[in-house]
Write a protein that binds this ligand. Sequence first.
Ligand SMILES: NC(=O)c1ccc[n+]([C@@H]2O[C@H](COP(=O)([O-])OP(=O)(O)OC[C@H]3O[C@@H](n4cnc5c(N)ncnc54)[C@H](OP(=O)(O)O)[C@@H]3O)[C@@H](O)[C@H]2O)c1
Length: 238
Amino acid sequence: MKVELVIGASSGLGQALVRLSMVEPDSRVIAISRSTLPPFTHPDVQWICCDNSPGAIARAVEALAPFAGIITRITLCNGRLHDHGIVPEKKLEQLDEQSLTRLLHSNTIVPALWLRALIPLLHATPQVVLSVLSARVGSIGDNRLGGWYSYRASKAALNQLLQCCAIEAARRAKGVKLVAYHPGTVDTRLSRPFQQRLRPEQLLSPEQAARHLMQVTAELMPDGTLSYLDWRGKTIPW
Ligand SMILES: NC(=O)c1ccc[n+]([C@@H]2O[C@H](COP(=O)([O-])OP(=O)(O)OC[C@H]3O[C@@H](n4cnc5c(N)ncnc54)[C@H](OP(=O)(O)O)[C@@H]3O)[C@@H](O)[C@H]2O)c1
């Protein structure tokens, strides 16, 4: 019996991951989301509602304690690019204090709060891949186009947090393999306003993206380091 955990499970990618994982043999999926209404139900999927406040995260992680030793994959999907009043910036004048703060919260702080709660839980877990959905645009080395200040900065900061966490996990939770993961451009609510100029082959369905993530992470072993990988399994420069 193994347990897979999907956090931010109402996301396009998260839902696809839950659907693929739940049909794997001897697998139980725990799906965590702010959403009070599960998008679907299945006997092997347990939905936990969590508003990502520190107290709610602590309670959710407490509920995971009985499964700690058999968790094999954790995927943290939380992330926003646009939302009510948040528009990815094309130039400096569009940089807005509120929008930057809100993106830093959902894309950087929320994953950090989850890591803070999860790493102690996983201290004796023999082997678990913990993937956090980052993005290629969080790469400083790869940034040649500029723009999208808040989203890029929130993902770059996320990557740095993950690097610190990997160093600490190498001592405290040796079975954990940490991954900052770029899923490709996936047909979800997040990418929908930016798909016009894409060729069809540049856009992955959520199911394709979930399959790639499962394939790429299946090959990873705990090695005390953070990997920054794209959906083809290729390393992205920091
Ligand atoms: N789609 C792409 O092309 C693409 C490309 C690169 C990277 N990514 C990354 O992949 C991840 C999943 O994205 P998606 O494309 O599946 O997007 P999506 O369908 O829009 O999902 C949004 C995700 O963000 C969470 N979220 C939304 N508002 C939040 C808030 N205020 N506080 C905390 N969490 C919040 C949701 O969690 P709940 O379930 O709790 O609502 C959900 O997990 C994101 O981190 C995104 O940055 C996506």
